[in-house]
Design a protein around this ligand. Structure first.
Ligand code: ATP
Length: 251
């Protein structure tokens, strides 16, 4: 069943349509990958779905209710959270106290926040650094902390923009496992990532964008075999934007 229905989203910057007539469904309980070459419009879509950018046209419906253009705090109240939007890390506060504060800011009691923070520290392997100031954590540890802060009260829909970028493989796997566990509990994710092996591992379906438009959508394996998708990634490498991610899937 469709949880978010996105119809005809349009966003221009100057005269250029960064997102042009984009439509897709985010289904209840799925992890949907939003993929595409650099500059294809993925972050702009995420910005519109999470209320950080107003669309110039189009509609977003959540279980049928029109939520187009609602600001981030109103969407967060409905359980639509772009990760990191409500998770400002206090650099001079310990990692543990950051988790505790996040829980209390979301309306949990101190006792409940403490219980959840302890469980998250364990799950996210932050035990050895939990009493360090958040500002002293590595980039990857800080991302794990932000996962914990976001999920201390789990959102219905978590939107993740490149959560694995520049993160050590061991921590990447901790993050992936964390997402898999929440997915198994029924939570829904929209994942923007260039990391194809992780996208294939986590996502059942994907939407691929190129030049602001959706060029393929559906089963992840079918999308990665789609000619338009392969050409879009090849075009990216020929235009000197670096190596395209390998679209080879070993199953
Ligand atoms: N605030 C802005 N002002 C002007 N142009 C913008 C702005 N934000 C995005 N763009 C342009 O819109 C297009 C889509 O950008 P967007 O960041 O959404 O792509 P993306 O698929 O997320 O890219 P990447 O994978 O490289 O992060 C790009 O051409 C980008 O330069």
């Amino acid at each position: 069943m469709s949880l978010l229905t996105i119809e005809g989203l349009l966003r221009r910057f100057g005269g250029v349509a960064a997102v042009d007539d984009v439509s897709f469904d985010l289904r209840e309980g799925e992890i949907l990958g939003l993929i595409g070459p650099n500059g294809s419009g993925k972050t702009t879509v995420l910005n519109m779905l999470s209320g950080f950018l107003a669309p110039h046209a189009g509609r977003v419906r959540m279980r049928g209710e029109d939520i187009t253009g609602l600001p981030p705090d109103r969407l967060a109240q409905r359980g639509v959270l772009r990760m990191f939007q409500m998770t400002r890390v206090f650099a001079r506060m310990s990692a543990f106290d950051n988790l505790l504060t996040a829980g209390m800011a979301r309306g949990l009691s101190e006792a409940e926040s403490t219980k959840r923070a302890q469980a998250l520290v364990e799950e996210l392997t932050l035990g050895p650094v939990q009493y360090l100031d958040a500002g002293q954590l590595s980039g990857g540890q800080r991302k794990l902390l932000e996962f914990g802060m976001c999920f201390i009260e789990p959102p219905l829909i978590a939107m993740l923009d490149e959560p694995f970028a520049a993160v050590h493989p061991v921590m990447r796997e901790v993050m992936a496992k964390f997402i898999r566990t929440r997915h198994a509990q029924g939570f829904t994710f929209l994942l923007v990532s260039h990391d194809m092996p992780i996208v294939v591992d986590l996502c059942q379906r994907a939407v691929c964008m190129n030049a602001g438009r959706v060029i393929a959508a559906g089963d992840i394996h079918a999308v990665l075999k789609n000619h338009a998708v392969i050409e879009a990634y090849l075009g990216e490498s020929q235009h000197g934007e670096g190596e395209p991610p390998s679209l080879e899937v070993h199953s």
